[in-house]
Ligand binder design. Structure first.
Ligand code: HEC
Ligand code: HEC
Length: 341
């Protein structure tokens, strides 16, 4: 009979064995399994050095406190990505930065702000990201996100160098009239990282894990709409509010110098809607005084047609409508990778 009270060596050895067994079972072998059975998705871009530095800024500024980077396989997470997240999605971001630091956990647990898994698709504009970090309330009036003013510098306008990123801050928000707000290297790195956050599409033929439907009042999952049933008409004003208004602003008047107005714009009021369809699908770089507009091809044909018709018949605009079939035809040319089978 072992007597733990008298035999301290056995006590220590038994405790040690328990510790080793548990650590191996709970931590080490799952980690080894993940290491051997996890590869990046084909077509997944490697993180650039700048994006890696941006990730470190993301960690050190504590953005994880309010933002998740995980699309769970439940219906309410569907807005944050086109499919639930999987281990491969984290392949490059889970590399250890250096010997002194552990791999950052980007999953997050608190969603005070939106999930950022796919934010590079939703907000792929450098100008938007910069203004938002400098002062979130300049682009989202009711935002409760803190300002990250220390990632920017106010300099005399004569001190601006050609490769500086100059923010379009309205004159009344500047401490010194005539000065300019420029992004520091840390801000540039962070924005490069944020814009790189995009879900990689699965290889052709691979079906993504399904989202589990939210239970109805009776506790049972709500049955999906019967096949062939007419889909409810898309509300263009909702698409405008959730997608376009972030940059073009809820009143469609834009932010001078950052995002053009859609209210009263010649291009929006052109009789032929094709140009506008092409802009929304393919992005746009036609106006020299503005940065590029990212493609919004992640929206469906119906959503794009609805939002274009909404913009063309509101905010004082008056132009004939387009339809989903036109968007479909243009998508095959301008954004073939987003055509749904
Ligand atoms: C106190 C909580 C909080 C912290 C800390 C925080 N955010 Fe946010 N963030 C929010 C909220 C709330 C929103 C939604 C309102 C808005 O767009 O400003 C948001 C929105 C965003 C968006 C736009 C997402 C979208 O889908 O529109 C980005 C990008 C973002 N935050 C990045 C960051 C980065 C980078 C940091 C760290 C430097 C950070 N946030 C820190 C609360 C926070
Ligand atoms: C992330 C910011 C952003 C989002 C989101 C966005 N846009 Fe834009 N949009 C821009 C920028 C920037 C430009 C100017 C591009 C350029 O010419 O360099 C622009 C230009 C345009 C133009 C051309 C305006 C003109 O006068 O030539 C149209 C039309 C337009 N956007 C429509 C839309 C619609 C519709 C949506 C929503 C489906 C949308 N945009 C979403 C940033 C955005």
């Amino acid at each position: 009979m072992i007597n733990f009270h008298k035999d301290h060596a056995t006590l220590v050895n038994v405790a040690l064995m328990g510790f080793v067994l548990l650590s191996t079972g709970v931590a080490i072998s799952p980690a080894l399994y993940m290491q051997d059975n996890n590869a990046p998705l084909p077509g997944m871009p490697k993180m650039t050095e700048q994006e890696q530095r941006g990730l470190n800024v993301y960690v050190s500024e504590g953005c994880i406190g309010c933002h998740t980077q995980q699309v769970r396989n439940i219906e309410m997470d569907k807005t944050w990505g086109s499919r639930p997240s999987m281990p491969s999605d984290y392949y490059y971001s889970k590399q250890r930065p250096d010997i002194w630091h552990n791999t950052p956990s980007l999953l997050g647990s608190e969603r005070t702000g939106p999930d950022l898994t796919n934010v590079g698709v939703r907000k792929g504009s450098e100008a938007w990201q910069m203004l938002h970090l400098y002062d979130p309330r300049m682009v989202e009036k009711a935002s409760i996100m803190p300002r990250y003013g220390w990632l920017f510098k106010q300099v005399d306008s004569t001190a601006v160098k050609p490769d500086d990123f100059v923010l379009t801050v309205p004159a009344d928000k500047l401490d010194h009239p005539g000065s300019k707000v420029i992004a520091t290297e840390r801000a540039k790195d962070l924005v490069a990282y944020l814009i790189s956050l995009k879900q990689t599409p699965l290889p052709e033929g691979v079906v993504a894990e399904a989202f589990i439907a939210t239970p109805g009042a009776d506790g049972k999952p709500v049955a999906p709409a019967a096949a062939g049933a007419a889909a409810p008409a898309v509300d263009g004003s909702k698409v405008f509010t959730s997608v376009c208004a972030a940059c073009h602003q809820p009143d469609a008047k834009g932010i001078p110098g950052a995002f053009p107005a859609l209210a009263g714009a010649d291009l929006v009021n052109e009789k032929d809607p094709l140009k506008m369809v092409d802009i929304v699908l393919g992005g746009y770089e036609g106006l020299p005084q503005y940065g590029p507009m990212p493609s919004q091809a992640h929206l469906s044909d119906e959503e794009i047609a609805a939002v274009i018709n909404y913009v063309r018949s509101n905010f004082g605009n008056d132009a004939p409508p387009t339809d989903a079939a036109t968007v479909k035809t243009q998508r095959a040319v301008l954004a073939p990778e987003t055509v749904q089978q």
